[in-house]
Design a protein around this ligand. Structure first.
Ligand code: XLS
Ligand code: CA
Ligand code: CA
Length: 443
């Protein structure tokens, strides 16, 4: 095993480049199902899956939670915040290279420490992103999307663009402009807005219509600036129902799609769907993916999963192959991801304290999505599910059903058809379909 290090130090010693060894391997630090070069329906797994590592959970998260202090020790901590940030960057690129992830995503403050004011923060960001650019060039790792963290700082406690105080919006604009500049410099394929504080706690103090108008206006300004500065990638809005706000404006995919269309943003913006956020809205992950696909607005995916027993954002690594299969079916059905990817917005558990756990967690997620991809392709090639779906709707394919779809019937004509007697009782065959899916998974 050869050492890989990006700066002067190897941060994950004893771990080499993770390779595909197949399902028979008992090496925990090998892929069992993710074989980057394997062809699935004419494209390699690597091209289909477009994996990305989230900078925040992987290199900033330390296992602390509201009840306890950190459990994970990061060996890149230095004597001051800029030294730590530079070391962390090297550790991150070492990890991306070893885990063989083609992409990463970051918030401004994940990579560069905040300064005493916005101007200093931007200076730090420029220094670190200049370094990141060099690291990208030397390793070949690319930026999937950039974003600004506009939810941690106390100035945003009442919202960002939705803040009742106009002064706050100027600060937000400064931060977004700097984050967009960095994303463009790093060749980012996307730019994400997750409105963590864009919501409200009580309607007693909230003018909802005005706040939404302000968000629409702010996003249009950000888009116009980025396009003028040469950004050709996709903007994403990431829905989330709650947490930290009681009610967030970007509640779920359907809400975001309506918002984008309402404010004329749907040509430049798409959705970035996170599995755990869909379940917080009371939907299955696949429901939000399908909603976006049907609207032509599925851009990218934050690949994680929640815990269905509780109502918060646990950001677990996605290891449920049933869910990854459903997700990959949606992605294949829309012709694959283009500028988006599968970004592991997931954190290892507080109790997963060994530094190899970061690798094991990503391997588990990458293998689960590879299995999902293989199974989804099997389902498509076999065609039985699609055939049954088509048959279920066949009464719309010809005759009066087709005339209805073409808008050629009046309500009176339709009502007359209702006099023909009771329709037949037709089974939905749900249990059979579910057993077919189990056959593709385990057969
Ligand atoms: C938080 C969100 C956040 C976005 C990026 O719940 O998932 O991490 O993905 O700001
Ligand atoms: Ca996310
Ligand atoms: Ca989340």
């Amino acid at each position: 095993m050869s050492s890989i290090f990006i700066g002067n130090k190897e941060y994950f010693p004893g771990i080499g480049k993770v390779a595909f060894e197949g399902s028979g391997s008992d090496n925990p630090l090998a892929f069992k199902f993710y074989n980057p070069e394997q062809l699935i329906g004419g494209k390699t797994m690597k091209e289909h899956l477009r994996f990305s590592v989230a900078y925040w959970h992987s290199f900033c998260g330390d296992g602390s939670d509201p009840f306890g202090s950190p459990t994970i020790n990061h060996p890149w901590r230095g004597n001051d915040s800029m030294t730590s940030a530079k070391n962390k960057l090297d550790a991150a690129f070492e990890f991306f290279t070893k885990i063989d992830a083609p992409y990463y995503c970051f918030h401004d403050v994940d990579m560069a420490p905040e300064g005493a004011n916005q101007v200093e923060s931007e200076k730090n960001l420029i220094t670190l992103t200049d370094m990141a650019k060099e690291r990208q060039e030397s390793t070949g790792v690319k930026l999937l999307w950039g974003t600004a963290n506009m939810f941690s700082h106390p100035r945003y406690m009442n919202g960002v663009a939705s803040n009742p105080d106009f002064q706050v919006v100027g600060h937000a604009a400064h931060q977004v402009k700097a984050a967009i500049d960095s994303t463009i410099k790093l060749g980012g394929q996307g730019y994400t807005f997750w409105g963590g504080r864009e919501g409200y706690m009580t309607l007693w103090n909230t003018d909802m219509k005005r706040e939404l108008d302000h968000i629409g206006q702010f996003l249009a300004m950000a888009r116009d600036y980025a396009r003028k500065a040469g950004f050709t990638g996709t903007f994403y809005i990431e829905p989330k129902a709650m947490e930290p706000s009681k009610h967030q404006y970007d509640f779920d995919a359907a809400t975001v799609i309506g918002f984008l269309r309402n404010y004329g943003l749907d040509k430049d913006f798409k959705c970035n769907i996170e599995a755990n956020h869909a379940t917080l809205a009371g939907h299955d992950f696949v429901h939000d993916l399908r909603t976006c696909r049907d609207a032509g607005l599925l851009g990218s995916v934050d690949a994680n999963r929640g815990d269905l027993m509780n109502g918060w954002d646990t950001d677990e690594f996605p290891t449920d192959v049933y869910q990854t299969t459903q997700a990959m079916l949606e992605i294949l059905a829309m012709g694959g991801l283009t500028s988006g990817g599968l970004n592991f917005d997931a954190k290892r558990r507080r109790n997963s304290t060994d530094s190899e756990d970061l690798f094991l967690a990503h391997i588990a997620g990458m293998d689960a999505f590879a299995l999902g991809l293989v199974t989804a392709q099997k389902i498509i090639e076999d065609g039985k599910l699609a055939e049954m779906l088509k048959a279920r709707y066949s009464s719309w394919d010809s005759g009066d059903g087709a005339a209805f779809e073409k808008g050629k019937l009046t309500l009176e004509q339709l009502a007359a058809m209702g006099e023909k007697g009771e329709p037949a009782t037709t089974s939905g065959k749900q249990e059979y379909l579910e057993s077919l899916v189990n056959g593709y998974l385990f057969g």
